[in-house]
Design a protein around this ligand. Sequence first.
Ligand code: TXE
Length: 479
Amino acid sequence: MERIQNYIDGRLAAPVSGTYLDNVNPATGAVYSLIPDSDAADVEAAVGAAARAFPVWSLSSPAERFRIMNRIADLIEADLEAFALAETIDTGKPLSVSRSVDIPRAVANFRFFATAAMQFGSEAHPMAGQAINYTLRQPIGTVGCISPWNLPLYLFTWKIAPALATGNCIVSKPSEVTPMTAYLLAKVCIAAGLPAGVLNIVHGLGPKAGQAIVAHPGIKAISFTGGTNTGRHIAATTAPLFKKLSLELGGKNPNLVFADCDFDQALTGAVRAGFSNNGQICLCGSRLYVQRPIYEKFRDALVHRVAALKVGDPLAADTDLGALVSKPHFEKVLGYVALAREEGGRILCGGEPVQVPGAGGWFLSPAVIENLGADCRTVREEIFGPVLTLQPFDTEEEALELANGTEYGLAATVWTQDVSRAHRVAERLQNGIVWVNCWMLRDLRTPFGGVKNSGVGREGGWEAMRFFTEAKNVCVNWG
Ligand code: TXE
């Protein structure tokens, strides 16, 4: 049985405790590897390594960081099939998705922020005849990056890349549910010649290894993606330590389809937004609102499309939806389908366990549920699975009230061919991201994050470069 290792001080290392946790393949339900059950001792070693590496790494040239980050990207690309297979076995998502989305995006993260390192600058403010102010943007020191299981390497590198590009050293922890691609990344970093201690990867449980990272006084900033409750706990831990904090949390995203939309475009978009990655993306459009004149036609066409999605072996080329990521998560999602029934929902399709021949894991048929009011828990709480709620609306005002009516505020999608309505609605939606006539169209230069219970801070582009640097104003009097 393969034993995943931590990556500390430039070397692969067993956990200090010597204890390991099972790593399960969700498509088969079988343990297929072991991950370190790391604790504060491992984090302490990682923080020490990062502190030793910081003086040299922080003064490395942007060109050197550009070179080595692109080398890492090259080596991931060269081994894309192995990364994609590891991602699929860890997460249960179709291999076609790992191959076309997750791993290429991790490569893009390194390349994008390698280039940002070469372009990143700051501003100066002259005081005519008297002084000049200039802003120094300097790396923070050792930063903590903690990521979730849904897009493992994609979200892990989305944090690590800007932290490296800005000259920081890192103590990171991927989700214990999906550790394998981070382990492969550690091997790539060694092969790429990343200096020892610049990046450290500590595997293990959130409340144990993760908490040790969040609470360590030597770690000056935390970039976290995960559940809202966990984010709340991390905020409470870091606030008294005055750490910089970026929280990318949950979402319960509205998808507004107006009667004047491009029907087929909106229909395809609604299926993608609702069921990509089995609905296990914080950006998924899990609350679908359709304007009444086209509601029944849209509903029937949607149910037909969703019912045709193939749930199956993630390794099969024609699989649309693989396994959910774990048994506990499968049971959580199934619990919400039962709750929807209790709340008066009409299940139009799906919501049932699926027995996939030859696989023993956790598969669920994608569900579309109507007749749930705005105050239902099924409509208000993040399910994070293949469960889409559907409701008609009449006016733009009503659509905005429904869309803004939850504690979350991450992403919203609007389908309309009325350009004025598009801008008017986008301005009034309480979200960090609004897509019009598209979904998940991503430009890495743009700010990324949510409002309300969807998080604090922004990732992406210069926002990420600024998060991982301190701005020092130097004022030189020459008058
Ligand atoms: O998140 P967790 P999980 C939502 C989604 C999902 C729920 C739980 O609703 O069902 O969150 O998912 C680490 N100190 N999103 O279990 O538990 C943990 O080990 C430090 C939305 O993935 O928050 C893992 O590495 N770290 C989200 C990471 O935090 C701690 C994507 C996330 O785990 C910790 C994923 C602690 N006390 C889930 N407790 C999005 N916005 O994309 C846990 N961790």
